[in-house]
Design a binder for this molecule. Structure first.
Ligand SMILES: [Zn+2]
Length: 201
């Protein structure tokens, strides 16, 4: 939880003020009365929420991994499964959320398991599309650790689809991105897919 407060403090006061002013205008444009009690503090609350939901811009995901990069001879799959993911669709500014599953096969170097989750979070907390998010996580780990391969699968529900009835309420979008042995060895890829229990073929 500490990190949350840290992120909010980290946000530039001027940017926060500008967001607040903009949200006040949006509420007015909706025909609402921003001075009524229930809405009085809404622009500030929404500005802070938006700042938090996009705090990934102030984080360098590569640095997160490099800060905990250790030499190790382990050469089997390292899998971090079911990482909670919350992001914002850049087309509608509405949340998409779900799970990320990330695996890599070390090549002399490993990183802390919590760092993988933080890399996912720092890319997710931006304006995103699920496809790019998947590839950015993959590339970051590949570049920072130079492993034998990286696999990323994201399963997410998009509110922009759900509220317009484009998708059935429970349907999810699955994206995947692989490098190295996950691409060249179907057995390794299949093992990963089996381990995460995905419906992905
Ligand atoms: Zn959308």
């Amino acid at each position: 939880m500490d990190e949350i407060y840290h992120m909010e403090e980290h946000f530039e006061p001027e940017a926060l003020e500008s967001l607040k002013e903009s949200y006040r205008k949006i509420i007015e444009a909706l025909g609402e009365d921003v001075s009524r009690e229930g809405l009085l503090k809404t622009p500030e609350r929404v500005a802070k929420a938006m700042a938090f939901m996009t705090h990934g811009y102030s984080v360098d995901p590569r640095e997160i991994i490099l800060s905990a990069k250790f030499q190790e001879d382990y050469k089997h799959m390292v899998l971090v499964k079911d990482i909670d993911l919350y992001s914002l669709c850049e087309h509608h500014l509405l949340p998409f959320y779900g799970k990320a599953h990330v695996a890599y096969i070390p090549n002399r170097y490993i990183t802390g398991l919590s760092k993988i989750a933080r890399v996912v979070d720092s890319f997710a907390r931006r304006l995103q599309v699920q496809e790019r998010l998947t590839v950015q996580i993959r590339d970051c780990i590949q570049e920072a650790l130079d492993p034998l391969g990286v696999a990323v699968v994201i399963e997410a529900s998009h509110m922009c689809m759900q509220i317009r009835g484009v998708q059935r309420l429970n349907s999810t979008t699955t994206t995947s991105a692989f490098t190295g042995v996950f691409l060249s060895q179907s057995k390794t890829r299949e093992e990963f897919i089996h381990l995460i229990g995905s419906h992905l073929k």
